[in-house]
Write a new protein. Structure first.
Lengths: 716, 82
């Protein structure tokens, strides 16, 4: 649910190479590391930017960029996507590797997880083979201490022969030394001569044979030993990049080819076949990592992550895993609905009071009716609905959700549900992208980048809209409380609303799985690709930061966008309601036109038109419906839900209409922003159209079937 | 149980550990496994199975990684006693 301006508007992956230095003294810093080690937090504290952070791997899916000034230099920091290695097994790794290799950053800062240093060392060692300007931040040192893992960073620095800093980035501890160290490395005041991994004899022998030939080419700008390794490994992607960025065409360099072949023959004679070279390299890296780990890390308590395992035993257990998950979802929705009730009422009363004052003011100023109409009845009313109905639930939902994200619960959701996705021949990480969709489907679609396989990624993108985003929640909750929960005693109403909303969401999840399965069986045929999902250690959430972050980064951002859409929409609606053609308002003309079709979907022309006009943002669907009825009917005001219900009922709403509106809210075209994002992510008009049509057709079918079956039964 | 029993990782019972013997995966999948540190000799412990039946979470070099049974079946291990 990374929901910031930055990653909504961010460009496609891999454009991080062109970095414009304003002055020659500007320095480029690459920030790399394994996924979920706190890179974004280090990035934020260096640059002061508010990159969204969360405890799950794969959050940074595009290169974020920021800068800071220190002493006489400007430092441009590029936050690389998290990667387990630099051997280009995935797009993220390729981007990270190519950046470190070809963008030639003045320093590369690697953030490592202190609680999992051994695997992180693999990444560090690989980076050190590419560049010697490396600085390591051993982050989460407080978590390590809590788990009684003692890391000798001085010794680590001594072995690796590069600067090593111990940090607790979340609390900004240890980070004050980082700018100085970066400065020193960039300005050559620290000369790193990094430790190099020694591979087994056969591989070292082959490297020795190949090195002179590599050094003769333009490849000598890079670390020759590393290039030689990659040539032996026959890393095709790198060989292609070498051609692109350095103009070295290896396939046509006879001398080099010959040397490579000789080295490979030598390896063969030592019993190492071509297909085993990569294994040998990785084994060498991990052997080195193991050795360094043994020398620098002491774990007093062998079972240092016992607590995590105990929590996992409950949260992902056969008996409790799924019930706990559903209960959590229901609980969050209940807190959101119950908690938002009171402030929502207060706000709408306040806005209604303000409206009478505004009207009075406009009257005093003798403003023409149409001005008053557009400004107060059009823009102001739509705005006040959007703010009073959306702000309170978002201000509760987003912090709660961020809390779960921060704790590290979301990957457990993916773990719990994976088998359902596997059966739909989809990727388990799709569950994570759906979680992001709760906040905003556009963010969810971008989040699909965490899925490596193009087929499964496309499925996740096409089905993301089946998760109701925050803009659609208010429609659902309003309809639920007016037509279903309202019949219960007040004390139970929030609970019933939460239960019904949970059921609606589960229907969305079910539809996601069903449509994924159908897509896998038809246009996106294929088998599930490889699946690895890391379950990160639980982390103590930073309550203060969660609140600040979710309010400022998410709530206000989403609200801002809704408000920006509500203003012109309010204007348009008022004009449509008040411009008459042939004695009938434009609004009614449109509604009448849509009426026959809408009827078959269990709704009416005004509702369907509201959905159409709500294309820029779903938040304005309900205000449009209300305003349409208000302008067409006799009622002039609908402040509370009670009056609202009366208004809807007087316009022919029944429980069937209510259910169909809910179904259609859950399943119709994605909003404008989401469509644009799908276009950007898939680079295809065809798939964007599919993303538009799939939920629309599904929703229409569901509404059609439900409405007509229900009418049949009620007629009997 | 004999000490050095060669089995696929997905046959490892929960709570049990094994040492990686070899990988039968190829291509991208093999690379991914290697990146996680699944080289021969690496100790892997089966921790937890998903409530939906698959995947299983394993402790691999200090990190908890979930693998689907298809992946795990391509990792041959020597089951360790205990």
């Amino acid at each position: 649910m990374g929901l910031t301006k930055k990653n909504i508007g961010i460009s496609v992956l891999g454009d991080g190479f062109k970095i414009d230095k304003i002055e020659d003294s500007d320095k480029i810093i690459a920030l790399g590391g394994n996924p979920n080690v706190g890179k974004s937090t280090v990035f934020n504290s260096l640059t002061g930017l508010k990159q969204h952070t969360g405890n799950w791997p794969g959050k940074t899916v595009a290169n974020a960029r920021g800068e800071y000034k220190y002493k006489d230099n400007r430092f441009i920091v590029v936050d690389l996507p998290g990667a387990y290695s630099l051997m280009s097994s995935s797009l993220e790794e390729e981007i990270a590797r190519d950046f470190i290799c070809f963008a030639r950053p003045d320093a590369t800062v690697i953030v490592a997880d202190a609680t999992c240093l051994e695997r992180n060392l693999n990444f560090i060692l690989q980076t050190m083979e590419i560049t010697d300007k490396v600085i390591v931040c051993v982050n989460l040192i407080d978590e390590a201490k809590r788990k009684k893992i003692n890391i000798d960073t001085a010794k680590l620095s001594q072995i690796l022969k590069i600067p090593v800093i111990a940090t607790v980035a979340r609390k900004k501890r240890g980070l004050n030394n980082l700018p100085q160290t970066v400065y020193d490395v960039c300005n050559n005041q620290i000369h790193n001569t990094p430790y190099q991994v020694r591979y087994d004899q056969a591989l070292e022998g082959a490297l020795e044979k190949l090195l002179p030939a590599v050094k003769e080419t333009a490849l000598n700008k890079l670390n020759s030993r590393w290039i030689a390794l990659k040539l032996l490994e026959n890393d095709e992607k790198l060989i292609k990049s070498l051609n692109t960025y350095l103009g070295v065409d290896i396939a046509n360099n006879k001398k080099l080819q010959q040397a490579v072949n000789q080295a490979l023959d030598y390896l063969e004679s030592q019993g190492v076949g071509r297909e085993n070279i990569r294994d040998k390299i990785v084994a060498g890296l991990f052997a080195a990592a193991e050795e360094i780990y043994a020398q620098t890390v002491q774990t007093k308590n062998k079972e240092y992550n016992l607590m995590d395992r105990k929590i996992d035993k409950i949260l992902t257990s056969k008996k409790f895993g799924i019930p706990v998950m559903l209960a959590l979802l229901g609980f969050i929705l209940w807190l959101t609905i119950a908690g938002a009730n009171f402030p929502s009422n207060m706000l709408s009363r306040f806005f209604a009071f303000l409206e009478t004052k505004l009207l009075y003011l406009f009257e005093l100023m003798n403003s023409p009716d149409w001005v008053t109409g557009i400004v107060v009845l059009g823009v102001y009313r739509t705005l006040s609905w959007v703010v009073s109905v959306m702000l309170p639930p978002m201000a509760i939902f987003f912090p709660l959700f961020t809390l779960l994200e921060d704790l590290g619960y979301l990957p457990r959701v993916a773990f719990n549900l994976d088998n359902f996705f596997k059966k739909s021949k989809a990727h388990g990480k799709q569950a994570l992208t759906m979680c992001m969709g709760f906040g905003c489907n556009a963010a969810g679609v971008i989040g699909c980048r965490i899925i490596e396989s193009p087929r499964e990624r496309l499925i996740a993108i096409l089905t993301n809209n089946f998760v109701p985003c925050n803009g659609r929640f208010p429609i659902l909750t309003a309809v639920i409380s007016m037509f279903f929960a309202g019949v219960f005693v007040p004390a139970l109403q929030s609970l019933i609303s939460a239960l019904i909303l949970t059921a609606v969401i589960l229907l969305g999840v079910f539809m996601t799985l069903l449509v994924s399965r159908l897509l896998s069986a038809t246009v996106l045929k294929g088998m599930p690709s490889n699946f690895t999902l890391e379950l990160p250690p639980y982390r103590k959430p930073q309550i203060g930061r969660i609140i600040v972050r979710s309010i400022f980064d998410r709530t206000l951002f989403v609200l801002g966008r809704a408000v920006a859409v509500a203003i012109p929409a309010g204007m348009v609606i008022w004009l449509m309601a008040n411009i008459n053609v042939d004695g009938i308002s434009l609004l009614k003309h449109c509604a009448d036109f849509l009426q026959p079709f809408a009827y078959w979907l269990g709704m009416d022309g005004y509702i369907l038109m509201a959905f159409v006009l709500g294309f820029p943002a779903n938040e304005i669907v309900i205000p449009i419906i209300i305003m349409s009825y208000l302008s067409a009917g006799t009622l002039t005001e609908a402040a509370g839900l009670e009056q609202l219900r009366a208004l809807l009922v007087s316009n022919g709403w029944t429980w069937i209409t209510a259910v169909c509106v809910m179904l259609f809210t859950l399943m119709h075209w994605p909003c404008g922003t989401t469509c644009l994002t799908v276009k950007k992510e898939t680079q295809s008009a065809k798939w964007t159209l599919a993303a538009f049509l799939i939920p629309t057709v599904t929703g229409m079918l569901c509404c059609f079937v439900f409405a007509n079956v229900a009418r049949l039964f009620t007629a009997i | 149980m004999t000490k050095d029993k060669l089995i696929a990782l997905n046959k490892l019972s929960l709570g049990q550990s094994g040492k990686v013997h070899s990988l039968s995966a190829i291509g991208q999948q093999r690379r991914r496994m290697l990146d996680l540190g699944l080289v021969s000799g690496t100790v892997v412990k089966a921790l937890q199975i998903s409530p939906s039946g698959d995947p299983t979470a394993y402790m691999i070099r200090g990190a908890v990684i979930a693998l689907r049974s298809e992946e795990a079946s391509k990792i041959m291990i020597l089951a360790l006693e205990g």
